[in-house]
Design a protein around this ligand. Structure first.
Ligand SMILES: C[S@@+](CC[C@H](N)C(=O)[O-])C[C@H]1O[C@@H](n2cnc3c(N)ncnc32)[C@H](O)[C@@H]1O
Length: 222
């Protein structure tokens, strides 16, 4: 059987003692195992808007958004264990009850574990740019992925992406403009000014220090 093309490489990366301890002790509280279809209201124990961040890195953005909007539920997914450990510590420190964490490939979870029309907002901030042309097929945002998102985001829901890689930004714009389920929130189309609701991510701060521009894309699920 051929292996699916993944948008990430599992880095063994150094994990601190504190991050490992958080994984060992906090996963059972905030972690979500992806062995079956998820019932999001049951997971959070209430009915509230469900916001999903794909590839949260260290999770600082997710925590900031969850603190700002305690009336919404937030869950994020990544595969990088040190970052997941970091996020678990931050959730505990802030005593947040509206955040859950997944450790899996977002493509699999969208496909097999999230019910249709179950998400109010999906965030994808600074996805791995895979800059070399021969690696472009590993980029997360492709038309199949956008179709998957269209099936999981509610009508009237929102898709917010940002990247500091111009060539990827143009690719994302092209893919989304070709998707009839999504309509650009910017009158006349194109990139969006950075919404004040998007916290600066760690990855973005590094890019800004290096002089990178940032492109935001905001779409409404029709
Ligand atoms: C460039 S980092 C950006 C992290 C964060 N959003 C930020 O802006 O600081 C991209 C992240 O996406 C994660 N990622 C890539 N593909 C993924 C996938 N298919 N499922 C879950 N996480 C993924 C990587 O592990 C990595 O942590």
């Amino acid at each position: 059987m051929t292996q699916p093309i993944r948008s990430f490489v599992r880095r063994s990366g150094r994990i601190t003692k504190a991050q490992q301890h958080a994984l060992d002790t906090l996963w059972s509280i905030y972690g979500v195992d992806t062995d079956q279809m998820l019932d999001l209201d049951t997971l959070f124990g209430r009915k509230a808007e469900k916001h999903f961040e794909i590839g949260f890195g260290r999770g600082d953005t997710l925590v900031t958004m969850a603190k700002t909007h305690p009336e919404h539920d937030y869950f994020g997914i990544d595969v990088h264990r040190p970052g997941i450990g970091h996020l678990l510590m931050e959730i505990k420190a802030a005593q947040l009850t509206n955040v859950r964490v997944l450790c899996a490939d977002a493509v699999d979870v969208l496909q097999y574990h999230l019910p249709p029309q179950s998400l109010d907002t999906v965030y994808l901030f600074f996805p791995d740019p895979w800059p070399k042309k021969r690696h472009h097929k590993r980029r997360l945002v492709q038309s199949d992925f956008v179709q998957l998102l269209a099936g999981r985001i509610k009508s009237g829901g929102c898709l917010h992406l940002a990247t500091d890689w111009q060539n990827y930004a143009e690719h994302i714009l092209q893919v989304l403009e070709a998707a009839p389920e999504f309509v650009n929130c910017v009158t006349g189309g194109g990139f969006s000014p950075r919404p004040s609701t998007r916290p600066l991510t760690k990855f973005e701060q590094r890019g800004l220090r290096l002089g990178h521009d940032v492109w935001d894309l905001l779409y409404l699920r029709q």
